[in-house]
Design a protein around this ligand. Structure first.
Ligand SMILES: [Zn+2]
Ligand SMILES: [Zn+2]
Length: 338
């Protein structure tokens, strides 16, 4: 082999080696990015027709995988029947929401969470208690955690949330919670409530959406902000793997019909998990929303304030018609007797 040929051969071989190395590295990277698989139960605690006659355990704890727990409050304990999530990293854990019940006797939330938390260096792993938003059914259990050692509770007011996570261009930007070998991204999602955030977990590929997206009535406070939040989350997920979307409640049955408001019994409940398609359909749903109440296969858009105003208007019209009728009746009677 001549020198030129030898040089070309060496270059070709080193190219091939580099190629092979890059391929190995890429496949290793994509393998490590695969979400940890988990399982969801066939059915959750759906309450009872008569909660007195058939008492239910207040809390159902399900291990999705060994470091991810889903806690469901029984519809008998609170009609809100919140879902609460515990994500455990190697240095820290995060609890998403504390549910609708304050009383530790009726709802042993902190006790259950502490039992699930592993030890590190002979101490319980530090816990961060965060909220999807400030509505009371997502933070009523906060006081149970207030005085526990190595537990930090994130404030629930807008300014407190922004400051804690370091958002300085709300609702833009993404914050990160580092749990050790596990990162949870925090995404502002106002619309249902101005303090609302969603959490994306890089370990399981689950997006935790609170009341922003769930098989339930999506109560709209600010339709424009809501739609824009949906667009931002869709954009965020373009470069992430998504396994499930898990929200804060189930209020629909499997046929997509809503349970009566305040019901302690959810027969034939809709599945908890929603998909990327449900999220993708949300911006268009807002474009076609009639402003009051519109049903989609896996959620219902509704504006409670507008519905109340409309109801108030109808009541006013009915009362006016009745008053006018009464006035005419009395006038006719007076004329007849005169
Ligand atoms: Zn809410
Ligand atoms: Zn809620």
């Amino acid at each position: 082999m001549r020198t030129a040929e030898l040089r070309a051969f060496v270059y070709r071989s080193s190219d091939a080696i580099l190629f092979a190395l890059a391929a190995v590295l890429l496949s290793a990277l994509s393998a490590s990015a695969e979400p940890v698989p988990g399982s969801l139960p066939a059915r959750w605690n759906t309450g009872a027709e008569d909660c007195q006659a058939s008492p239910q355990p207040p809390l159902q704890a399900h291990a999705y995988e060994p470091q991810t727990f889903i806690l469901r409050q029984s519809p008998c304990a609170s009609f809100e029947a919140n879902f609460i999530y515990l994500l455990i990293g190697s240095d820290k854990a995060v609890l998403i929401d504390t549910g609708a019940v304050a009383d530790p006797q009726a709802m042993p939330l902190a006790k259950t969470v502490l039992e699930l938390l592993p030890d590190k260096n002979n101490k319980k792993l530090p816990l961060l208690v965060a909220h999807t938003h400030r509505h009371l059914d997502h933070r009523a259990g906060d006081p149970q955690f207030a005085s526990l050692p190595s537990v930090e509770v994130v404030p629930f007011d807008l300014e407190g949330v922004q400051k804690f996570f370091g958002f300085n261009n709300w609702p833009n930007g993404i914050a990160h919670i580092d749990l050790g070998d596990r990162t949870v991204d925090v995404l502002p999602t106002p619309g249902h409530n101005q303090t609302h955030v969603a959490f994306y977990d890089d370990r399981t590929g689950i997006l935790f959406t609170g009341d922003f997206l769930m098989p339930a009535r999506l109560l709209i406070e600010d339709a424009r902000a809501y739609r824009e939040s949906a667009l931002r989350v869709i954009d965020f997920l373009n470069t992430r793997q998504l396994t499930h979307i898990l929200g804060g409640h189930i209020e629909l049955n499997a046929a997509g019909r809503a349970y009566r408001f305040g019901s302690h019994y959810h027969p034939n409940e809709h599945r908890l998990e929603l998909t990327k398609a449900d999220l993708a359909a949300l911006p268009a749903a807002f474009e076609h929303f009639n402003g009051f109440y519109t049903r989609y296969p896996n959620y219902i858009l509704t504006n409670p304030v507008r519905n109340l105003l409309a109801l108030g208007f109808i009541v006013l019209v009915v009362l006016s018609v009745a008053a006018f009728g009464l006035y005419r009746f009395l006038r006719r009677r007076r004329r007849r007797s005169a």
